[in-house]
Each structure stands twice: as C-alpha cells, then as structure tokens.
Design a protein around this ligand. Structure first.
Ligand code: HEC
Ligand code: HEC
Length: 261
C-alpha cells in the first residue's frame, strides 16, 4: 500500500515535471476546451527586446523562486495558483488585468495600480518582499500580462474564483478527503514537492495574509481546480471541509512591515 502510493506519487511527479519542462503549452488535457476562446493559445512571443521582456515575465511567472529570488520567501510560483500560465478561468486569471487596473482594492481600502496588486501577491502568496514599481520583475510581469491579453475577449470569462455559497467546513471530514484525494500529490505533511507539486502549509507555503489562507477562497479555488487529476469532482461542502483541514496547519506569518500591501 505504502509502496504503491509512493509509486503513484512519483508517476504523477514525472508527468508534472514533463509538463513543466515542456513549458506553458496550454491547459491540462482534462480541462482543455478547444471551443472556448478563453483557452486560446496566446500570440507567439515577438523577437527583439520586447519579446525578451515578455519571456522574462513568463519565466518569473512559472518559476518565481528562481527568477525573482530576491522577492520570494517560499517555494511557490505564480502559476501554482494562477493556472495555465494565468489563463485558466476561475483560477484568478490574469488575462485582461492591464485594462482593469487601477481599481479599488478592498484589502488596501483604496485604488491601487496593477503593480501594487502584483506586490500584494509577492508579500503574501510568495511570503516575500515587494519589488519596486519600476523593477525589472514588475515590468516583465506587466509585459507578460499584456501579451497573454492580446486578442482575448473582454471581459475575459471566469475572473477571480468560482462563487460558492458560504458554508461551514468540518476539519475531521476534511482530513479524510485530504488523505484520499490530496496527499498523493501534496504529501501527508502538506509540503508537496516543489517546484512541481506546490506546498499547502508549512515554511515553504504562502503566509497567513494570503487570499489562499482564507477558508472561503481556498474552498472556491479547490472546488473548481482540484484535485488536479479530477477538477470539479468535489462538492462545495467537501471543498470547505478540506479547506478547513488545510487551514488548521501552521504556515508563515505575514511580515507586519508590509501590511500596507
Ligand atoms: C498561493 C496562491 C497564489 C500565488 C502563489 C500567487 N497568487 Fe496572485 N492571487 C491569488 C488569489 C487567491 C488571488 C485573488 C483571487 C480573488 O480573490 O478573486 C490572486 C490575485 C492576483 C491578482 C489580481 C487578479 C484580479 O482578478 O484582480 C494579480 C494581478 C496576481 N494575483 C498576481 C500574482 C503574481 C504576479 C504572482 C507571482 C509573483 C501571484 N499572483 C502568486 C493567489 C496566488
Ligand atoms: C494529481 C496531483 C494533485 C492532486 C491529487 C491534488 N493537487 Fe492540488 N495541486 C497540484 C498541482 C500540480 C498544483 C499546481 C497548479 C497546477 O499545476 O495545476 C496544485 C495546486 C493546488 C493549490 C494552490 C497552490 C498551493 O500550493 O496552495 C491548492 C490550494 C491545492 N492544490 C489544493 C489541493 C487539494 C485540497 C487537493 C485535494 C482535494 C488537491 N490539491 C489535490 C496537484 C494536485
């Protein structure tokens, strides 16, 4: 039993590594819908300096701890939560964002720029530091968002996360769901196997100020996008149960020096 579970994990990891190494070619087959413009492949990256900046943005997005090391305090990449290179609906897609900011932000209580919204995810989801507005990292990510937005419908479908009713999760039921349907990839200890299988709690995960650390947001993310091998198979109640279980474990504390983000 132990051995076969381990073999399955390794097989999943190998598949995931293959997908990762092949680059952002599109959504996983299980989620692909050729008819949906939302999933259309982006235009080819142009050559020259403009293309190089887009490519750097893409690398930062896919391998954040490696390509934006100075601003990252964990083992998480943008693409771990913003699926299919930031193009998957209801996984907080980033297509169209340059046209939607500056915008009012509830967390900040004021109008913020897209650069500031990126800084929030660095400080919270990446448990790191905010790159300056004019830093290479922010400029490259903005170019990348412009590029994935080209030729896409406005508004782009599936902004944010799927809307679920507000439910009360049960951590004991959640523990059973986790053991059966999550631990094979994210591990019994929640540490995953970065960079391929992202952590859900512990030192290498997002901090307690991140959106994903809120039960309702994690439930919405999980209900639509997880388990990765059968997305959409959990009921909203099951998604809340497993989110409560994940949330009951320790994770890094957000640095209070950055609370303005
Ligand atoms: C741990 C998961 C996680 C990681 C890692 C993460 N984000 Fe996010 N991000 C979220 C969630 C959750 C939201 C909010 C979705 C909602 O509430 O609608 C969000 C929202 C955003 C938004 C605003 C989207 C909108 O619709 O207004 C931007 C821009 C963004 N993230 C950029 C990034 C960038 C760039 C990175 C990498 C440096 C990153 N995020 C890493 C989880 C994550
Ligand atoms: C087959 C492997 C697999 C299974 C099973 C699986 N996940 Fe994931 N999960 C992933 C991968 C890989 C990602 C990164 C995004 C992507 O590539 O789809 C991810 C991303 C996530 C994220 C956002 C990133 C992070 O680390 O916080 C959450 C939350 C999550 N999974 C929760 C769950 C929960 C809860 C379950 C069980 C109901 C589950 N996953 C089952 C592979 C899996």
């Amino acid at each position: 039993m132990m051995k076969s579970a381990w073999l399955f994990t390794m097989a999943m990891a190998v598949l995931a590594v293959a997908a990762w190494a092949a680059g952002p070619v599109g959504p996983p087959a299980s989620q692909a819908n050729p008819a949906a413009p939302a999933q259309a492949a982006p235009a080819p990256i142009p050559s020259g300096p403009a293309g190089e900046r887009i490519r750097l943005g893409q690398q930062i997005f896919e391998q954040t701890p490696h390509f934006a090391a100075a601003y990252v305090g964990n083992q998480m990449s943008c693409k771990d939560c913003h699926l299919s290179g930031g193009r998957a609906e209801y996984a907080a897609p980033l297509v169209g964002m340059p046209g939607l900011f500056p915008a009012y932000n509830k967390r900040a209580g004021r109008v913020i720029t897209l650069a500031e919204r990126i800084q929030q995810c660095f400080v919270r989801s990446e448990n790191g530091k905010p790159p300056a507005d004019n830093s290479e990292a922010v400029r490259a990510l903005l170019e990348y968002f412009n590029w994935i937005s080209r030729g896409q419908p406005k508004p782009y479908p599936g902004r944010g996360l799927v809307k679920l009713p507000a439910l009360q999760g049960n951590g004991e039921r959640g523990a059973h769901i986790y053991a059966k349907q999550c631990s094979v990839c994210h591990g019994d200890a929640g540490t995953g196997m970065p960079p391929v299988l992202p952590p859900l709690w512990g030192d290498t995960s997002f901090n307690d100020g991140a959106g994903m650390a809120q039960v309702a947001k994690m439930a919405a993310f999980v209900q639509h996008n997880m388990p990765q091998n059968a997305p959409g198979s959990l009921t909203p109640q099951q998604a809340y149960d497993v989110a409560v279980y994940v949330d009951s474990h320790p994770r890094p504390k957000m640095n209070p020096a950055y609370k303005k983000y």
